[in-house]
Design a protein around this ligand. Structure first.
Ligand SMILES: [Zn+2]
Length: 202
């Protein structure tokens, strides 16, 4: 478990066993303390690669993107919902790991080029009710079928309105949507380089 910490930029792991201060260009969102739901399939085998990609689940972002996500989370909670974080910063070595398992550019960005996730400027998110139960978004995270498209034609009314609510929360906080994946949002107001920084795990 990640514990709340006085310093915004540090993660305290497993009680007092290890306190790690992140480099200052990174912010760790403390999902539980900040009212988010952290559900990161890449830290488990239940993802499209069927491999555990991350050693542990952490939501790291560049400071401006982290502030924007926090703003979106606050708006969501004010409306009685919670933002579910599926993925955020993805270190370049992990991108390579994914690409080695699924070397298909339709699903995994080429590590040689990298993606906004590798810059710490993209998040994959969904919406949950106040108890943390994921709303019906009309498809699952990383379901690379036509259902992934925001404007998938066969969506039900509620599914469409849930996607629209998520999009409104995220764009209202400064993110840009991606038509191809209802869960993916980019932060483009500031640029950062691709990164190989690996977050600490217990
Ligand atoms: Zn994404």
């Amino acid at each position: 478990m990640v514990k709340a910490s006085a310093a915004k930029n540090s993660i305290q792991l497993e009680e007092d066993s290890l306190v790690v201060t992140l480099p200052e260009e990174w912010i760790a969102i403390d999902a539980a303390a900040e009212g988010f739901v952290l559900d990161m399939p890449y830290a488990d085998t239940a993802n499209f690669t069927h491999r555990k990609i991350y050693d542990c689940a952490r939501c790291l972002l560049r400071p401006e993107a982290a502030m924007a996500l926090r703003a979106a989370g606050k708006q969501a909670r004010a409306a009685g919902f919670r933002i579910v974080i599926f993925d955020a910063y993805r270190p370049l070595p992990y991108q390579q790991k994914m690409y080695d398992v699924v070397p298909d550019k339709r699903y995994v960005a080429d590590p040689a080029k990298g993606s906004m996730h590798n810059r710490g400027l993209a998040v994959d998110v969904g919406l949950a009710d106040s108890s943390g139960k994921l709303l019906d978004m009309g498809g699952h995270f990383d379901d690379f079928s036509e259902r992934a498209a925001y404007h998938y034609a066969a969506l039900g009314k509620l599914q469409h309105s849930n996607r629209a609510m998520l999009r409104a929360l995220m764009t209202g906080a400064g993110f840009e949507p991606y038509e191809g994946e209802w869960w993916h949002f980019n932060y483009r107001k500031k640029d950062y380089p691709l990164s190989v920084y690996l977050w600490p795990c217990p």
